[in-house]
Structure formats: C-alpha cells, structure tokens
Design a protein. Structure first.
Length: 422
C-alpha cells in the first residue's frame, strides 16, 4: 500500500482552473463515496478550499487505478487537462506535504491558521463517509499535533497575516481611513469572521453582513453590532456600500455585472472596492470592466502583504526542520507496520507449539504420571520445538555463507558468539 497526495493549489494553478475542480459541500459526500469505491483505494480524503483542491489516498499501486484520472472524470474534464497544474507526492513526500499544509507552510499567506480548520473539516467529512482507516487516521492526527507544536514552538503565528487581513489592508490602501466607510460582507464562515474582526479593529464606520442563513450572521452581528440581511437582498443595499468582501461556498456567482452597474449609478460613481475571496467566484468577472469599481480576486491578494511575511520566514525555516523530523517519525511508524504480521505469525506459531505440549502434559497428568517428570519433558520438548526450525535454517545459512542471516539471529536473540568472530 502507498500513501499519495495529489492536487492543485494557488502556486500551480490560476483561479479559473481551481474553480473547475472545487468540491462544494453539496457534492462532497457523493465524491467521497465514489472515490472510496475506486479499485485499489483503501482510504481517502478530499481537501477543497479557495486555494487548493487536494486528495489524500492510501492505495494499492498494483491495482488498475489512476486517482488523477478519477479527478478528471468526476468533474467531467478532458483527460490530461489538469496535468500542467497537478502535483503528486508519494509516501514520505505525501506525509511531509500534509504536515506543511496543516502548519500553514504551503499556504498563500505563510503560516495562516485557517487551513488547519479546513483540514480538520475534511478529515471529519471523510470519517462520515467511511473513508478513513488506520493509516490516514494516524496521518491526520499526526498533522494536527505537528501544527500545534509548530504554533507553540516557533514565531510563525506572531504576525497577523491572512487573506482576510490582506483584504482589509487593500481597503486601507485604496480608501485610507475607513471610519466613514460602509462594508458589505457576504458569507458567514471563518474567513468573513476574520474580515469582520480586522475591519472592526480598523474603526470601520458600518458593516452589513449578508448570508443565506440569518442565524449564523446574527451571531456575528451581536458581537460586532452589524446589520444583517438575507443574501437575496444584496441588490437593495449594494449602493450603500463602499467595500464588498465576499466568501461563500456558492457554485454560481451571487453578484452580477448589471446589479453592480445599477448600484454605481445610484452612488453617482463613487468608487467601490470589491474583493472576491471565494472559489468558485461570487462576483461575475465582467464587474471588473466597470468604471469606478476595483475588483480583486483571491489571487490578486498575493502581493498585498509582504512586511509580516518577511517576519515569518525565519520561523518557517524552524518549522520545516520540525516537519522533516516528524515526517520521518511517521514513516518509521508506517514501516513498523510491515513487521506486525510477521510478529503475529511468530507469536501464533509459538502459542500453537505451547498448546500442543501443554495438552500432552495434561493428558499424562490424568494418567497419573509423575508431575516432575512431566514438567521436565514439557520444557525439553517446548525448547526443541521452538528452536528446531531456526537452527535448521541457520545451519543451512552457514553452509551457504549467509553471514547476514547469522548476524541477524545474533541481534534478534542478543547472542554472543565469540567462536564465530574468531
């Protein structure tokens, strides 16, 4: 069996490719169910975020299954279309990759923590679908532990850098002081919650939050005194807003070009900043063609925040050292599994011999034989049976100059053989 991690991310594929292979919440259960029934797939999990779509599998490479072909087929894409953007990591490299993802070292914003929560959600989804077995369970748990260790023992999280932070910094670069601005936040997930926190700290005058489920947005509204609306009422409030930041899981755009065009007319062409963090995108691409609208996608945020990233680079080097050690530790555990079946067989053989000798001894006791004689014979018989086959193999190894096998026996049984060393 082989561990494998493959997919695309912000470094290898632009947003228009990434959005084609997203696994939204509505299709994730079906995707996992289909993936786990692929020939040769023992375990599987799918991580799908704005910045990456990755699949983690434990597979039998001897079976006729190409997981990359499955990704193409599931999304109805022509075979090979994703090849220029895909990466594939086997075994130790797969382990190292998952640890780097969990620790935020493979993120667009170095050291961000949001991806850890997304990885935990992916793990839970895979558990719910019955796709997690012994090895992937251990791998996910190990990645969570390593991420915590890195966060605790390095300074990688000491500087506020995230996509949400980058979006707010962009707003400050365009508008300067935000205390007379109104922001519309679309969605109510972790990213939008973080955006709200940064906008609040920036003394933004007014915030409106739009979401399909008012219960979730109302929870945020109570904490930050935000006006809540249903996502279907966005058009009614768009003209009021100077800043729009959107991050939902919608598979189709929420805001169209015509809606924004109408809002700009009502605003008398006052500038509007629109930041679309979602993948697939929430705002139609054509909106960026409108005058007085500054439209940015998640990819446009890459160059916004550089100062704090520099502060994290030294911590990242420390984190990489931790990951190298922890990846090897995990592989040592994987390799140890290969000995389990051998140890089980050895123990089973010894217990079978033990049972055979025991039953013969009990039979003699019932016949009234002397217990001491029975015990001595049982010990002698047990010893002979246990060492007979190994002794025969070692003699045969000696005749064939198999010195490696003789040395292995000495190491296994802690033997001292001064005669052979002479």
């Amino acid at each position: 069996m082989t561990l494998i991690a493959y997919g695309i991310n912000h470094s290898t594929a632009p947003v228009d490719i990434r959005e084609k292979v997203c696994f939204g919440n509505e299709i994730m259960p079906d995707a996992l169910n289909e993936l786990k029934h692929q020939n040769g797939v023992y375990e599987a999990a799918i991580l799908s975020t704005c910045n990456r779509t990755e699949i983690y599998c434990n597979i039998d490479q001897g079976k006729n299954h190409n997981p990359i072909d499955w990704l193409h087929n599931f999304h109805g894409m022509k075979k090979g279309l994703l090849e220029p953007f895909l990466y594939e990591h086997p075994d130790k490299n797969a382990v190292r990759h998952v640890l780097r993802v969990a620790s935020g070292l493979d993120s667009m914003i170095l050291g961000e923590t949001q991806v850890l929560g997304q990885l935990k959600n992916a793990y839970q989804e895979a558990i719910n679908a019955g796709c997690i077995g012994h090895q992937l369970n251990r791998l996910f748990q190990h990645s969570f532990h390593v991420a915590k260790e890195i966060r605790s023992n390095t300074a990688i999280g000491n500087h506020p850098v995230s996509v949400a932070y980058a979006a707010v910094k962009l707003a400050q670069q365009i508008f300067g002081d935000l205390n007379n601005k109104t922001a519309l936040l679309i969605g109510a997930g972790e990213t939008i919650e973080l955006v709200i926190k940064h906008l609040h700290e920036s003394n933004l005058r007014r915030m409106i939050i739009a979401n399909r489920t008012l219960e979730r947005s109302q929870q945020l509204a109570k904490e930050y005194s935000i006006y809540t609306i249903h996502i279907g009422d966005i058009a009614k409030h768009l003209a009021e807003t100077d800043i729009v930041i959107s991050c939902t899981a919608s598979s189709l755009p929420i805001i169209g070009k015509g809606t924004v065009e109408e809002a700009i007319k009502i605003r008398k062409h006052k500038p509007m900043l629109m930041v679309d963090i979602a993948v697939p995108r929430d705002i139609e691409i054509g909106v960026g063609e409108l005058d007085d609208v500054y439209l940015y996608s998640v990819d446009d945020l890459k160059g916004i925040v550089q100062v704090n990233l520099k502060n994290r680079q030294y911590a990242a080097k420390q984190a990489e050292q931790i990951i190298d050690i922890q990846a090897q530790e995990f592989m040592d555990w994987i390799n140890s599994l290969e000995a389990v079946s051998t140890i089980r067989a050895l123990r089973g053989q010894a217990e079978s011999i033990q049972e055979e000798v025991l039953q013969k001894g009990l039979l003699r006791i019932k016949k009234g034989d002397i217990p001491e004689a029975i015990l001595l014979e049982a010990v002698h018989t047990l010893t002979n049976k246990l060492i007979h086959e190994p002794s025969f193999k070692l003699k045969n190894a000696s005749s064939k100059n198999r010195d490696d096998l003789l040395k292995a026996a000495e190491e296994l049984y802690s033997l001292k053989n001064n005669d052979r060393k002479k």
